[in-house]
Design a protein around this ligand. Structure first.
Ligand SMILES: N[C@@H](CCC(=O)N[C@@H](CS)C(=O)NCC(=O)O)C(=O)O
Length: 246
């Protein structure tokens, strides 16, 4: 059954952990849009093994294979109470929120944003994942941890903990990437604290969401990601949209 509540226009399906706050970077992007636009919503946390059965039961169709998703059902997904509509997959959810609640606007795409995301995904991203995944496993319930471990270990062909073996070297190797990241992130510094200047855009939420993931999972990884140029500034500038965490 969908969660019906007149006081909430949106139900946000999020990923559960023992911390009981949002920690998924991809859900944080959507949550920050909702918080920034002050849209009333409530959260339903789903244990990872329950995502597919729950969303299927609610009547959502699985992801279109063309979206590149490897799982049939994922969070974030939303239920929009006024239109009785479900939307799944963060790009589709972001577009739906932006078109339904255009004020204040959140720019979803920009050339600079795409360039930054591409740069981060190819450099910092894999190292960040390496540090986070084995630690992420520890904040799930035992049932969710088992699901998470077996899926990730089947995919990677080795125990999660082995990812940590060359963790320090991987972070050191990123040093050479920092000047280019610094220049890109500070392109519009004169106009404001966000990547496009005065107003936050989706790429700010992408970065701040990733940092918040580390904050919830592990302080050491948070410290490391915070030292990537521009990251702490964006995280701090996004704090007003990170107050509602559950
Ligand atoms: N492309 C999806 C990816 C979302 C995603 O990977 N979500 C994870 C949680 S962070 C998930 O729902 N995983 C379900 C599973 O592994 O069974 C999006 O951007 O919404």
């Amino acid at each position: 059954m969908a969660v019906q509540d007149a006081a909430h226009e949106i139900v946000l399906y999020d990923l559960a952990s023992t911390k009981n706050v949002c920690f998924s970077p991809v859900v944080w992007r959507i949550r920050m849009m909702l918080n920034y636009k002050k849209i009333p919503y409530k959260t339903v946390f789903l244990e990872m093994p329950d995502i597919e059965p729950t969303l299927k039961e609610l009547g959502l169709p699985p992801h279109d294979p063309g979206t590149g998703n490897t799982k049939n059902y994922t969070v974030p997904a939303i239920y929009h109470v006024p239109t009785n509509k479900y939307v799944m997959d963060s790009p589709a959810v972001a577009k739906f929120i932006e078109s339904t609640y255009p004020d204040p606007p959140v720019q979803l795409d920009s050339e600079l944003g795409t360039q930054i995301m591409r740069k981060l995904r190819s450099g910092v991203g894999p190292t960040f994942q390496k540090s986070l995944m084995p630690r992420e496993a520890l904040i799930f319930s035992p049932r969710a941890e088992e699901y998470f471990r077996s899926a990730r270990e089947a995919r990677d062909g080795r125990p999660l903990e082995e990812l940590l073996e060359d963790e320090d070297e991987a972070w050191e190797a990123l040093e050479s990437d920092k000047p280019a990241i610094d220049a890109l992130i500070h392109t519009n510094k004169a106009d404001g604290p966000f990547i496009l200047g005065a107003r936050p855009s989706l790429v700010d939420f992408f970065i701040a969401g990733a940092i918040q993931t580390a904050k919830v999972i592990d302080e050491g990884v948070f410290q490391r990601i915070s030292k990537v140029p521009g990251h702490l500034e964006i995280y701090e500038a996004c704090q007003p949209f990170m107050q509602k965490k559950d």
